[in-house]
Design a protein around this ligand. Structure first.
Ligand code: ARG
Length: 305
C-alpha cells in the first residue's frame, strides 16, 4: 500500500516546466488544470494500552470466541508495531498500565472521549469491562487533565463517539445509550448527531466509520439503519463508501492524521480508494487483536487538546 501511495506522490510532483510555460500551454490548448490533492498530516497525541493481559475469555461481540487460541506474545508484537508506526509518523503516544483481569483494556479507544482537553469518561455496557471505566478515569486525573467527567449513562468512548469537524457523531444500538449522546452534547458543547447501528458485527461506530480529515469520512452503509444511512448521505455526500469485504476485515477501524491512514492490511480495496483520494494508506497486521473484535482504531484513543 505504502508503495502505491509513494508512487502517486512522485507522479504528483511538479515538473521542471516553469509557470510561464505552463500558462502558455494552457492558453493555447485550454487544458483544464489538474489539482493533485495534497493531504497534510497534523501531529496527534494518542493513548494506548499494551496487551500484556490480552486474551479472549468471554464473548461480548460476534468476533470473540473463547475456544479459538490467542497468541498474547504475538498480540504484543503487533501492537508494538502499531505504536512504533505512530512514533515514526511524529505522533506522541502515552501509555496506560494494563490491569490484570481486564483483557479488553488494550482497546483504549473505549476508555474515554477527549475533546478540547476535556475528558468524558466511559461507562461500559458489559460487566466484564466495567472496571476499565475507573482505570481510565484514574489515568486522566493522574496525567493532569483538569476537567474529567464521570458519566451518568453508558458510553464506550471513541468506540461510539467520533469527532468530525466541529461536532460529534454518536452511535446507539449495541453499547452506548442515546441518553449518553445528550450527556456528551451538554458536556462538550458541541452538536452531537445520533446514528443507529444495526449489524452486530459492527457493534461500535468505529468499526463502521472512520474520520479521515476535517469533515471527510469513510463508512460502510450496511452497518447503519436506513434512516441513519440517509443522514450520512445527507451530511457526507462525497464520502468514501467501503465494500462489505473491506468492512469485514475491520478496514474501517482506521486511524487518520489527515494524510496517513493506518488500517488493516487486509483491506486492500479500501487502501486503493484512499490512495485515489490522495491519502497514504499504511497497512498493519493486528490478527490477534482482531480476535477480540478490534483493529488499529480500537487500540488508539486520541487526546485532543
Ligand atoms: N472486545 C471488545 C468489546 O467487545 C472490543 C472493543 C473494540 N473497540 C472498539 N473501539 N471498537 O468491547
Amino acid at each position: 500500500m505504502a508503495t502505491v501511495a509513494a508512487q502517486q506522490a512522485r507522479t504528483a510532483e511538479p515538473t521542471a516546466e516553469t509557470t510561464a510555460e505552463r500558462a502558455a500551454v494552457h492558453a493555447v490548448h485550454a487544458v483544464p488544470e489538474v489539482h493533485a490533492v495534497q493531504r497534510s498530516a497534523t501531529p496527534r497525541r494518542y493513548l494506548m494500552c499494551r496487551p500484556t493481559h490480552f486474551a479472549v475469555t468471554y464473548a461480548i461481540n460476534p468476533w470473540m470466541n473463547p475456544a479459538v487460541p490467542v497468541d498474547t506474545a504475538l498480540a504484543v508484537r503487533q501492537w508494538e508495531q502499531l505504536r512504533e508506526l505512530y512514533l515514526s509518523l511524529g505522533h506522541q503516544v502515552d501509555l496506560i498500565d494494563p490491569v490484570p483481569g481486564l483483557p479488553d483494556m488494550v482497546y483504549a479507544a473505549n476508555g474515554a472521549t477527549v475533546v478540547d482537553g476535556r475528558v468524558l469518561g466511559a461507562r461500559f455496557h458489559h460487566p466484564e469491562r466495567a472496571a476499565e471505566g475507573s482505570a481510565y478515569l484514574d489515568w486522566f486525573r493522574a496525567a493532569g487533565f483538569a476537567d474529567v467527567h464521570d458519566p451518568q449513562h453508558v458510553n464506550e468512548g471513541e468506540g461510539d463517539f467520533l469527532v468530525v469537524g466541529g461536532w460529534i457523531l454518536a452511535a446507539q444500538g449495541f453499547r452506548t445509550r442515546p441518553e449518553a449522546h445528550a450527556e456528551a452534547q451538554d458536556y462538550f458543547g458541541r452538536p452531537v448527531v445520533g446514528l443507529r447501528l444495526v449489524d452486530p458485527d459492527y457493534y461500535h461506530l468505529d468499526t463502521a466509520l472512520a474520520v479521515l480529515d476535517g469533515d471527510q469520512v469513510m463508512y460502510y452503509p450496511g452497518a447503519f439503519s436506513p434512516g441513519s444511512q440517509a443522514v450520512l448521505a445527507r451530511l457526507f455526500p462525497d464520502a468514501l463508501q467501503a465494500t462489505a469485504e473491506d468492512a469485514a476485515v475491520l478496514g474501517l477501524n482506521a486511524v487518520s492524521d489527515g494524510r496517513h491512514v493506518i488500517l488493516s492490511q487486509a483491506a486492500t480495496g479500501l487502501a486503493a480508494q484512499l490512495a485515489a483520494r490522495g491519502f497514504e494508506p499504511l497497512g498493519v497486521d493486528l490478527s490477534e487483536l482482531l480476535k477480540g473484535g478490534g483493529s488499529a482504531k480500537c487500540c488508539t484513543l486520541e487526546l485532543r487538546s
